[in-house]
Design a protein around this ligand. Structure first.
Ligand code: SF4
Length: 241
């Protein structure tokens, strides 16, 4: 059944050809053996807060802000009780600071009220928290708890999946559906980590370095002699959820 779904997804995105999933996974593993979540954190609560802050913001900026955030409000009780203006001032550099401060305080309050101050381990419970959509929940479930509930699809994952012929979709939910059908479940978390690394360092949005890419022999978008990949391969946007 799972194999049939994978074959169906492959046909949908590559016509009669098949997506060389095993080779793509091997190439990513060889290129980025120790890829991991770039958001610095200790434990599920910090990862959840950092991922909320990472919307429309680089991980580097989030990592500059979170030490002060967690120093002042180290857990849900402290953060839920923190004055809004003070949280806003701390998270200001990450952009959309009013919404993010509201989401952080609301998330912390909801953890206290519904989950005894702990981060829940299900998609349904996580996405019911303020400021937490499916992508954020996937980050927390996969990275903090080692649970493969979904594939994290950010701008890098979406762009590279299209370039590799793994999907034609642009909607992240549909991209995730195609990737789930193609990839073995146990690979979902590391695939995202490695593709995000690949997107930052090699398969960048504007100037993919096809000439030095380990996936080039497998990639229908590989440009000749390292020239920019075809526009149809898909353009990317800002970094990160
Ligand atoms: S060959 Fe080029 S377009 Fe394909 S994954 Fe590598 S860098 Fe990206």
């Amino acid at each position: 059944m799972a194999r049939a779904r994978a074959r169906s997804a492959a046909r949908r995105v590559r016509g009669r050809g098949a997506v060389p999933v095993g080779e793509i996974l091997s190439g990513l593993r060889a290129a980025w053996p120790s890829a991991e979540c770039a958001l610095r954190h200790e434990g599920p609560f910090q990862l959840l807060a950092a991922t909320i802050l990472s919307a429309q913001c680089t991980d580097a900026m989030v990592n500059r802000v979170t030490p002060e955030l967690f120093r002042r409000w180290p857990g849900p009780a402290a953060l839920a009780a923190a004055p809004a203006a003070e949280v806003e001032a701390v998270v200001h550099p990450t952009g959309f600071y009013r919404n993010k401060a509201k989401a952080l305080r609301g998330m912390a309050a909801a953890l206290l009220e519904r989950h005894g101050g702990e981060v829940p381990r299900t998609m349904e419970e996580l996405t019911a928290l303020p400021g937490v959509a499916r992508k954020t929940a996937n980050v927390v479930l996969g990275t903090a708890f080692g649970l493969s509930e979904g594939v994290v699809v950010d701008t890098h994952v979406g762009r590279i999946a299209r370039r590799l012929g793994m999907t034609r979709e642009t909607d992240p939910v549909k991209v995730e559906r195609d990737l789930q059908a193609l990839l073995p479940r146990e690979e979902w978390t590391m695939f995202s980590h490695r593709v995000i690394h690949h997107g930052r360092r090699t398969c960048t949005a504007r100037s993919p370095r096809c000439g030095e890419c380990t996936l080039a022999p497998l990639c229908p978008s590989a440009a000749r002699e390292g020239a920019a990949a075809p526009a149809a391969a898909g353009a990317g946007g800002r970094s990160r959820p």
